[in-house]
Design a protein around this ligand. Structure first.
Ligand SMILES: C[S@@+](CC[C@H](N)C(=O)[O-])C[C@H]1O[C@@H](n2cnc3c(N)ncnc32)[C@H](O)[C@@H]1O
Length: 264
């Protein structure tokens, strides 16, 4: 029987407690227990129809995933997508993915300090009017919450098509004293890697030829230590490149001697 209307959607969600959590506050500090292991927990805030969290969970069995959205209907659609993605792997119920109906405002009622390892913010609502800036999920008031629920390896991975949200977010990260890395103004400039899982919005905007902006924010102290070890690698100059540079300089320094005109 096809369930219709608000009541039908709620009944649908209530009928799948092995995948959908309607009162996530009850698991605060106990998510590892719910998953039955202590794998790191990665959360997408505002998952929409769940394409990204479903695909990413299938590709990364070493982590646990939680997709969060505030609308029942989106959680229902995400549940269909999650089941379909995991069915291809032979699982009736996704073993490492839960979907929660919740508002990000309540994040600290849902997760204990240090309970998460990664937060994905994918195409968060841009809230373009200045008077709504505090609703943007990269506003410093949200970043303060993220810092508290993330663990020592904690990071935020952020993608958006919105230039104004990206600009606001980079400033917000910097003003909150956070370390950014892997900043890209055009994530798909060199084509799409097969392993890359697109979100619904990413797919739509890519189709319109729009640039996708992305950056990572390094938060936990261990993540920062690892980042320190590699941060200058993209700028390292190899010995071959150094030799080529020296040869180029030497060539530029060789004086050009005009040939003497031979007198006839
Ligand atoms: C623009 S959509 C992006 C959906 C998806 N991440 C994607 O990239 O396709 C933003 C989503 O965030 C959800 N959202 C916005 N604010 C939220 C909040 N405070 N708490 C939970 N979900 C929120 C919306 O319901 C919507 O599904």
């Amino acid at each position: 029987m096809r369930l219709r209307g608000r009541k039908g959607i709620r009944e649908n969600l209530e009928a799948q407690p092995e995948l959908v959590v309607l009162e996530p506050e009850q698991y605060k500090g106990r998510w590892a227990e719910l998953f039955g292991n202590d794998h790191p927990i990665y959360v997408e805030l505002g998952m929409g129809k769940g394409r990204f969290i479903s695909g990413t969970s299938v590709r990364n069995p070493q982590a646990n995933f939680i997709g969060i959205d505030m609308y029942d209907e989106l959680v229902r659609r995400a549940s269909e997508k999650a089941r379909a993605a995991w069915a291809e792997q032979g699982h009736d119920t996704p073993p490492s993915l839960m979907l929660a109906r919740a508002n990000v405002e309540k994040l600290e009622d849902i997760f204990a300090p240090g309970e998460l390892e990664r937060i994905y913010l994918n195409f968060s609502d841009p809230w373009p009017k200045k008077k709504h800036a505090r609703r943007r999920l990269t506003h410093p008031r949200f970043l303060d919450m993220y810092k508290r629920v993330l663990n020592a390896n904690g990071q935020i991975h952020f993608k958006t098509d919105s230039e104004t949200l990206f600009e606001f977010s980079l400033n917000s990260f910097a003003d909150s004293g956070l370390q950014m890395t892997n900043i890209s103004l055009n994530l798909h400039r060199d084509g799409i890697n097969e392993e890359h899982v697109m979100t619904e919005y990413e797919h739509k905007f890519m189709g319109k030829g729009m640039n996708i902006h992305r950056c990572e924010v390094v938060i936990g102290e261990k993540a920062l230590e690892r980042y320190e070890e590699v941060r200058m690698e993209p700028y390292r100059i190899s010995s071959d490149e150094r030799a080529a540079m020296a040869a180029e300089e030497a060539e530029n320094e060789t004086p050009v001697v005009e040939e003497e005109k031979s007198e006839v």
